[in-house]
Design a protein around this ligand. Structure first.
Ligand SMILES: [Zn+2]
Length: 473
């Protein structure tokens, strides 16, 4: 439906200046066109090739670059209530400072912050996102976040996070921030039965996501994996190899490296993806490739927190599935997919060469290399890569039979002038940008640069009210 309530069954998008499909042949089409039937792409070609198809609605995107909607694979949306805090401390201090503040959250705050995060994401080109909600104090649930995704029209994978190992049990979080493990599993089951839709073009799936090796027990990791694997399409997500203190913790408590710990609890596999995965040996990267385990690369957060540089070039060369994640709004502190693609490229290029696998043109020494990651590879991680992490074969590229999730950026704007030689690479090299059009599941969410039905001002007012109520700010 369009904003005016008119049902649209077919849509012809034509005269696209530059259509980057990211399909199996990686076709890029000048004068491109898409024919969409309901929520699914029916045909992709040139405007001339699709000229004979009559559609209920026609969208002329001359002057625009069009590409698949991007997939955000790691986020903690509630954190936009605590942006710009703990600016210069390492993650352990960052967490210990923020845990008690997050302990004041309630369902209303979580829903309101999710709407803000989702609007930010969609405006920056995201059409599918996961959200890892791992702190659920005051009987909070994931329901208000899922409701926010439905309201705004975002394709959404809700990751039921969890912390069960409080300080008194040797974990990092304070005891009042953790839950009982049987309650976590029971709630996970409720969410699967209430919201999980494994079908093609699904708008909502559930992910089971114990937070990290230092905040849950091995039993919860095992039980969550077993529960997820009883339900097709329910995948597994967590943080792993993010910090050296985590490596030390795993050594001291489990006598293992983080990846060994993950494997010991059944957490390597093509239904598992981890955020960060910075501190990985080459052998561990091989293991990820062999098992189909995926990585959500979060360059902004890794730089913001001074953590390090994930070996993304080596992972890609070895066939590890890699997607992009903006990570939580308290460690980024934004939710912009174009920014993430740009910084992924920049960060690999300045990575010390010994982090990179051998490539022709590599410079050696400790210098970076401009061949480390291309603009197209960065966008591919943001689209096809993210789709693969989430276990989706229906999003991430534009081809017949795929979900109608696409974005358009107007080329006639200050930041894109002079980029006619390569308008697609310009989205990374000149960005970040906001999208002028966003279609999700065939529905126009943003048109001519503005949300069609979502009220941004109202969402901001709600956000301010929550900040006042909870944090007196
Ligand atoms: Zn995270």
């Amino acid at each position: 439906m369009y904003a005016d309530g008119r049902p649209v069954t077919t849509l012809l998008v034509k005269n696209i200046d530059h259509l980057a499909t990211f399909d199996d042949a990686r076709r890029e089409i000048s004068g491109g066109a898409l024919f969409v039937r309901d929520n699914v792409i029916d045909k992709v070609g040139t405007t001339a090739e699709l000229a004979g198809f009559e559609a209920d609605a026609v969208l002329d995107l001359s002057g625009h670059v069009v590409m698949p909607g991007m997939v955000n694979t790691h986020h903690h949306m509630y954190q936009n209530l605590t942006r710009v805090m703990v600016q210069e401390d390492e993650l352990m201090v960052w967490l210990k400072t923020l845990y008690p503040i997050w302990a004041e959250l309630d369902d209303d705050a979580i829903g309101v912050s999710a709407r803000i995060a989702m609007a930010e994401l969609i405006h920056s080109g995201c059409t599918t996102s996961s959200d890892h909600l791992y702190i659920l104090p005051n009987n909070c649930t994931l329901d208000s976040t899922i409701e926010a995704a439905r309201e705004i029209g975002l394709r959404f994978h809700a990751a039921r996070g969890a912390m069960s190992r409080g300080e008194s049990q040797g974990g990092l979080p304070p005891d009042r921030c953790v839950e009982k493990e049987d309650a976590i599993l029971k709630d996970a089951e409720r969410l699967i039965h209430t919201y999980h839709d494994a079908s093609r073009h699904s708008m909502g799936r559930i992910v089971l996501a114990p937070c990290s090796p230092f905040s849950v027990t091995p039993e919860l990791m095992r039980d969550a994996a077993a529960l997820a694997r009883q339900h097709p399409g329910v995948s597994l997500h967590s943080h792993l190899a993010e910090e050296l203190f985590e490596e030390k913790y795993c050594h001291e408590i489990y006598g293992m490296r983080p990846v060994e710990f993950a494997e010991s609890v059944g957490w390597l596999g093509d239904d598992v993806w981890f955020a960060h995965s910075i501190f990985m040996t080459s052998g561990e990267i091989d293991r990820f490739a062999e098992t189909g385990t995926g990585v959500a690369h979060c360059p902004s957060a890794n730089m913001r927190c001074g953590q390090g540089i994930a070996k993304i070039r080596e992972m890609l060369d070895k066939g590890v599935k890699v997607g992009l994640g903006v990570d939580g709004s308290a460690s980024n502190d934004t939710s912009n997919m174009f920014m993430e693609a740009r910084l992924a490229l920049m960060l690999q290029r300045v990575a010390p060469h010994h982090y990179l696998s051998e490539k022709p043109g590599g410079r050696g020494g400790f210098g970076g290399t401009p061949t480390a990651l291309s603009a197209r590879e960065a966008l591919e991680m943001a689209t096809r890569g993210g789709a693969a992490l989430l276990g989706r074969d229906d999003i991430g590229h534009l081809a017949p039979g795929m979900s109608a999730d696409f974005i358009a950026v107007r080329r006639d704007q200050l930041g894109l002038s002079g980029t006619g030689r390569d308008p697609l690479a310009a989205l990374v090299l000149c960005g970040p940008f906001r999208v002028d059009y966003s279609y999700i599941n065939g529905r126009e969410i943003i048109g001519k640069g503005a949300f069609r039905s979502f009220d941004v001002e109202e969402a901001l007012a709600d956000h301010r009210a929550v900040m006042n109520r909870i944090y007196n700010q």
